[in-house]
Design a protein around this ligand. Structure first.
Ligand SMILES: NC(=O)c1ccc[n+]([C@@H]2O[C@H](COP(=O)([O-])OP(=O)(O)OC[C@H]3O[C@@H](n4cnc5c(N)ncnc54)[C@H](O)[C@@H]3O)[C@@H](O)[C@H]2O)c1
Length: 271
C-alpha cells in the first residue's frame, strides 16, 4: 500500500530522544526517508537502527556551522527536504537544576534554553527553507510545550523559550506561506517518554492525570500521529497553527480537578 509520505524526505532534530524517535519511526512508516539528527549521535544511531533506511547525523543546534553542515549533508544525500521537525530541546538534569524561578535561575540556563530551543529552531528553519522553496514547498513542525502558554513556578527559561518558538512558528508561516512552505506548532503536554516513565513517580502521574480530560496520559506515538498529519497533504490548509496536544489540559478551567473531587464527594455535579 502506498504511504502518504512516499518520496518525501523528513529531517527530525532531537531524534535520539522519546518524541523525536517516535516521530522518525512514524514518518518512516508512512513512507518518508528519515534523517535523525541529534547532538547525541549515539542515541540518534540507536533510534535509527530500528528504522529501515534511516540515517543518523550529528548536529549541535547552538552552532550555525553545524546546522548548515547537517542541511547540506541531507540535501547532498537525498536531494530535497520536505519535512523539518524542529523537536530538539535542552532539558537534561543539569539544565533543569539551573532553570528555576526568575529570581533564582542561573542565566547560563536561560541562554542555553534560548540557544537550543528557539535559536536552534530558527537556524534549522533558515537553512532548510531555501531548499523547500526551490523544490516547491515543504512542512515545518515545531515541538512547543504547554509551558509556553501557561505559567509555572519553575523552568522559567524553558517556558519562555517555548513561547518564543510558538511565535517563530507564526513568523515562518506568514513569511513563506505563498511559496508553499507551511509551519505549524504542537503545544505538547506531559508525555510518557521512556525517560518520563522511568523518572516520574506514580503520585505525580496521578496528579497530572487528574488535570487531563482523557482517561490516560499521552504517549510519544500520540505526538507522532500529529507530526505525520502535519507533514502530509491532509493538512495542506493548516499553517501558522499552534495545536494543543495535551489530553485537554489547557482546555478547561484551572479548578477542574478540584471540582471533580468535590463532585465525587457530593455525588452530584450540581453547584
Ligand atoms: N516529553 C514531554 O512530556 C514534553 C512535553 C512538552 C513538550 N515537549 C517537547 O518535545 C520535544 C521532545 O521532548 P522529549 O521529551 O522527547 O525530549 P528529549 O530530551 O528526550 O529529547 C531532546 C533531544 O534533543 C537533543 N538536544 C539537546 N540539545 C541539543 C543540541 N544543542 N543540538 C541538537 N540536539 C540537542 C537531546 O540530545 C535529546 O536527544 C522537546 O522539544 C520538548 O521540549 C516534551
Amino acid at each position: 500500500m502506498a504511504g502518504k509520505l512516499d518520496g518525501r524526505v523528513a529531517l527530525v532534530t532531537g531524534a535520539g530522544g522519546g518524541i523525536g524517535a517516535a516521530s522518525a519511526r512514524r514518518l518512516a512508516a508512512d513512507g518518508a526517508q528519515v534523517v535523525l539528527a541529534d547532538i547525541d549521535i549515539r542515541a540518534a544511531q540507536t533510534a535509527a537502527a530500528g528504522i529501515p533506511g534511516a540515517v543518523a547525523l550529528p548536529v549541535d543546534l547552538t552552532q550555525e556551522a553545524s546546522v548548515k553542515a547537517l542541511t547540506e549533508a541531507v540535501i547532498a544525500q537525498f536531494g530535497r527536504i520536505d519535512v523539518l521537525h524542529n523537536n530538539a530541546a535542552i532539558q537534561n538534569d543539569a539544565q533543569r537544576q539551573k532553570d528555576l524561578d526568575v529570581v533564582n535561575l542561573d542565566l547560563a540556563a536561560w541562554d542555553m534554553a534560548m540557544a537550543v530551543n528557539v535559536r536552534g529552531a530558527l537556524l534549522m528553519s533558515r537553512h532548510v527553507i531555501p531548499q523547500m522553496i526551490a523544490q516547491g514547498g515543504g512542512s515545518i513542525i515545531h515541538s512547543a510545550s504547554g509551558f509556553g502558554v501557561q505559567g509555572e513556578s519553575t523552568l522559567t527559561a524553558y517556558g519562555s523559550s517555548k513561547a518564543a518558538l510558538i511565535q517563530l512558528n507564526r513568523m515562518i508561516a506568514t513569511q513563506y506561506g505563498k511559496q508553499n512552505v507551511r509551519s505549524n506548532c504542537m503545544v505538547i503536554g506531559f508525555v510518557l517518554t521512556p525517560l518520563a516513565v522511568e523518572t516520574t513517580p506514580d503520585v505525580i502521574k496521578d496528579i497530572l492525570l487528574s488535570h487531563h480530560l482523557t482517561p490516560q496520559l499521552g504517549q510519544p506515538e500520540d505526538i507522532a500521529n500529529l507530526v505525520a498529519f502535519l507533514a502530509g497533504d491532509d493538512s495542506k490548509f493548516i499553517t501558522g497553527a499552534a495545536i494543543p496536544i495535551d489530553g485537554g489540559v489547557t482546555a478547561h478551567q484551572p479548578s477542574y480537578a478540584d471540582f471533580q473531587k468535590l463532585f465525587a464527594a457530593m455525588g452530584s455535579t450540581k453547584l
